[in-house]
Design a protein around this ligand. Structure first.
Ligand code: FES
Length: 134
């Protein structure tokens, strides 16, 4: 399973998502049924089977982050990006997604931009986080 996840991670980084043809190619290389590779590709929320923007913004929607003021941060992200969860901007720069707990609840509300995790986020910090050099 580690081999599958490592290879899917490479594919996801290269293409920004996991194209179906890559699933089938990987299954052939690993001599596994395509359904097994596809299952792994769809199990992990960090992988996507649809094209994404150049940068993926994720907001933690679980209760501890919500209680810590997450709603205001969520609204600020939506307004700054002009996107609803699951959408990609027309210029292909941003995709906005929700995520379940990423394990840093003590510093909620939490958001991610690509692999970078931001804690204690306030609505006022959202623009600064999104405008950081990428
Ligand atoms: S609930 Fe948001 S990081 Fe755990």
């Amino acid at each position: 399973m580690d081999d599958i996840v490592a290879r899917l991670t490479e594919i996801n980084k290269r293409f920004g998502y996991i194209p179906r043809a890559q699933v089938e190619q990987l299954a052939k290389e690993l001599r596994l049924p395509p359904a097994r590779v596809f299952g792994a590709a769809t199990f992990y929320s960090l992988f996507s089977d649809k094209p994404r923007g150049a940068h993926v913004v994720r907001f933690c929607e679980d209760a501890p982050c919500h209680v810590a003021g997450g709603r205001a941060v969520f609204d600020a992200i939506r307004a700054a990006l002009g996107l609803e969860p699951g959408q990609t901007s027309a210029d292909g720069r941003w995709t906005f997604e929700m995520t379940s707990c990423i394990g840093v609840c003590g510093v909620g509300p939490v958001m991610m931009v690509d692999d970078d995790v931001y804690g204690n986020v306030t609505a006022e910090r959202v623009a600064e986080i999104l405008n950081a050099d990428r």
